[in-house]
Design a protein around this ligand. Structure first.
Ligand code: FAD
Ligand code: GLY
Length: 379
């Protein structure tokens, strides 16, 4: 292992690995440092939904970024398969956001209008339509928005695909290594400090998910981030119960391969505790069964939890530090880090290479003035 790299990435989750992969494809030397095992935190807990339209229901910079990233998946799927042999399990059967009340019907119809006005496909399905396409859903579903272009992957396989791709291109990985400080000289980052010693680089990217905040605080950077725990469970069914991902008000139900159905997720803010609680699982079970009653018969598989990195304005931080050159931050992807991973890798690599960005990124800036001004203007 070398001691000097073009770029050191702190954090070996889906975001850090995507950035490493993009940089290595461009010929950089890269070291990824991970305090535990790579891809074992939020990135392996995620349901893998590519829910650009189901999750982002307002026009704005996040909707634009999410759609761009979602559209990268078909070619990324082929690329990772070819380069690494990893099948990310891309399924493109769309997502159905369900309504149980007239208020929700109205809200979803407005979402359909704005998404169509921006060129996205979104279709209203009546109760009768839903009974035709997803006959196992409960009668309490009175309609829904179908977004045929939203999809899903295996989050863990995608994160592993990026990491394998990065390794195959010569990227170095250091696991079980906590980065506890940054080396900064004359306003420029020079590398990182870890228990195993110092590692040097021209650029450092902080991609530590919900834990990024601890490293950033040392630099007096308070981005106003907080953790949001999410619990999920999976079951196995003998016959397929649904074909599309069901995005309900309190939970989502994602049909995976080989009869597996994944149900998520709770939202518990301000905790780094990754325990799965009986309360969380029973809350999810109750909601999922009320919308898909046949789940009662399914075979229990397992439950797990992960910590989402949330920001106070709901937008990720993707940019360069305003005063320390060579220091970049890529975090705060909250509920959409899997969806946003391909575009995050590419834009951070563009920023590091000081390329002109193909679209405006100020809304994701670390400069809170720029970001707030834009955010308020768009709301
Ligand atoms: P992480 O995966 O948490 O990785 C960060 C890594 O950095 C960790 O491994 C950590 O150990 C390491 N690290 C931190 N600090 C240091 C340090 N100082 N030194 C060394 N290493 C460090 N997103 C979607 O798009 N679709 C979904 O369907 C979806 N479902 C979700 C369901 C659940 C239950 C949860 C919890 C999240 C879900 N998400 C989903 C969100 C998604 O998982 C996250 O946004 C994404 O995984 C964040 O990736 P990350 O790489 O930033 O963070
Ligand atoms: N995007 C789903 C979740 O974060 O639970």
């Amino acid at each position: 292992m070398k001691k000097h790299y073009d770029t050191i990435v702190v954090g070996g989750g889906i975001i850090g690995n995507s950035i490493a992969y993009s940089l290595l494809k461009r010929g950089q030397s890269v070291l990824v440092i991970e305090k535990g095992e790579i891809n074992r935190k939020a990135s392996s807990a995620a349901a893998g939904m590519l829910a650009a339209q189901a999750e982002v229901t307002e026009a704005g910079p996040l909707f634009d970024l999410a759609r761009k990233s979602r559209n990268m998946f078909p070619s990324l799927n082929e690329e990772l398969m070819e380069r690494t042999g990893v099948d990310i399990e891309l399924i493109q059967k769309g997502m159905l956001t369900t309504a149980y009340t007239n208020d929700k019907v109205q809200e979803l119809k407005e979402v359909i209008d704005f998404q169509r006005s921006l060129g996205e496909e979104a279709v209203w399905l009546t109760r009768e339509d839903i009974q035709q396409v997803e006959p196992n859903l409960s009668e309490k579903v009175i309609g829904g928005m179908y977004a045929p272009r939203d999809g899903q992957v295996s989050a863990f396989k995608l994160a592993s695909g990026f990491a394998r791709g990065a390794s195959a291109l010569g990227g170095d990985y250091l696991e079980f290594t906590d980065v506890h400080g940054l080396l900064i000289e004359e306003g420029r980052v020079r590398g990182v400090q870890a228990l195993q010693g110092e590692f040097y680089s021209e650029n450092v990217v902080i991609a530590g998910g919900a834990w990024s905040t601890f490293l950033l605080k040392q630099l007096d950077v308070n981005l106003g981030m907080y953790p949001v725990k999410g619990e999920c469970f999976s079951v196995i069914t003998a016959l397929p119960l649904i074909t599309k991902t069901i995005f309900a008000e309190d939970c989502y139900i994602v049909p995976k391969r080989e009869g597996r159905i994944l149900v998520g997720a709770t939202m518990v803010p301000h905790t780094f505790d990754e325990k799965v609680t009986a309360d969380g699982v029973s809350w999810l079970l109750e909601r999922a069964i009320s919308i898909l009653p046949a789940l009662k018969e399914a075979e229990w598989e397992r439950a797990w939890a992960g910590i989402r990195p949330q920001t106070t304005d709901g937008l990720p931080y993707l940019g360069v530090h305003p005063t320390i050159s060579g220091l970049f931050v890529a975090t705060g992807h909250y509920r959409n880090g899997v969806l946003l991973s391909p575009i995050t890798g590419e834009v951070i690599a563009d920023m590091i290479e000081q390329k002109e960005l193909p679209f405006a990124m100020q809304a994701f800036s670390l400069d809170l003035q720029t970001r707030r001004g834009l955010y308020e203007a768009s709301n």
